[in-house]
Design a protein around this ligand. Structure first.
Ligand code: ZN
Length: 242
């Protein structure tokens, strides 16, 4: 089976459309989203509708949870909190109800998925040895996938420690006997200095993951952020990929 791995769409419809079109051309039969479907971007309803139409299997991210009223915004930075409040006020009740229904973790095909880590799905960044140890201790499957950092990464359990890769565009990572965790990067708000939308294609038959970057109409996403009255900085950072 070929699965499009996506994460952190953040209500950026032009970026999501570009990724789903490329995923379809690449033969993806399923979509798994590792959370933060909304927040920051201007089109929460359209993004959620597009994900649902694609049959995407999604987990709950911290932004999703805040918009749905499951958690507060005390832990968010001021810009993120402002975007959460805008989204909660402007998303349809149907969108909010769908976000509220999302599970923090999902498991299928030997893959466990969460937004942050399997130990702390909502908040923990898989960005330290400590977080990696906690994540793999909670991982009962061979493979896992996360988002949250907005940076593409593969992490392997290696003896007592970990091995790490930061795959660029078109990188192919072969899954071997080691337990691994994949982060496909962010569709709607990349933060690794590459402004293009990030995603990855998992081929369970071939046993590999191919990382991809796809350009999209950043100007359109920015115009919608501006028109929505969201903070200008949320559009400006899309060009920098930071
Ligand atoms: Zn995010």
């Amino acid at each position: 089976m070929r699965v499009a791995l996506i994460s952190d769409v953040h209500a950026n419809l032009p970026a999501l459309e570009a990724v789903l079109a490329e995923a379809e051309r690449a033969g993806a039969e399923a979509v798994w989203s590792m959370g933060d479907q909304v927040g920051y971007g201007a089109e929460p309803d359209a993004v959620v509708a597009r994900l649902r139409a694609a049959g995407a299997v999604c987990v709950l991210g911290n932004h999703d949870a805040a918009v749905a009223g499951i958690i507060g915004t005390e832990e968010f930075n001021p810009l993120a909190a402002q975007a959460v409040r805008w989204t909660a006020a402007n998303a349809s009740p149907d969108t909010v109800a769908w976000l509220r229904s999302l599970p923090p973790t999902v498991q299928s095909e030997g893959w466990a998925r969460a937004h942050g880590t399997l130990r702390d799905p909502m908040w923990e960044y898989l960005a330290t040895g400590r977080a990696a140890a906690g994540h793999f201790a909670a991982q009962t499957t061979q493979w896992s996938a996360v988002g949250h950092t907005h940076v593409p990464m593969v992490l392997w359990e290696e003896g007592e420690g970990f091995d790490l890769a930061a795959p660029g565009d078109d990188a192919i990572v072969v899954l071997d006997e080691r337990r691994a965790c994949v982060n496909p990067g962010s569709v709607g708000q990349p933060r690794d200095g590459d402004a293009r939308a990030s995603w990855a294609l998992l081929d369970t038959g071939a046993g590999d993951v191919r990382f991809h970057r796809v350009g999209y109409d950043i100007g359109a996403a920015q115009a919608r952020i501006r028109a929505a009255g969201l903070p200008e900085a949320l559009g400006a950072r899309l060009v920098r990929g930071r």
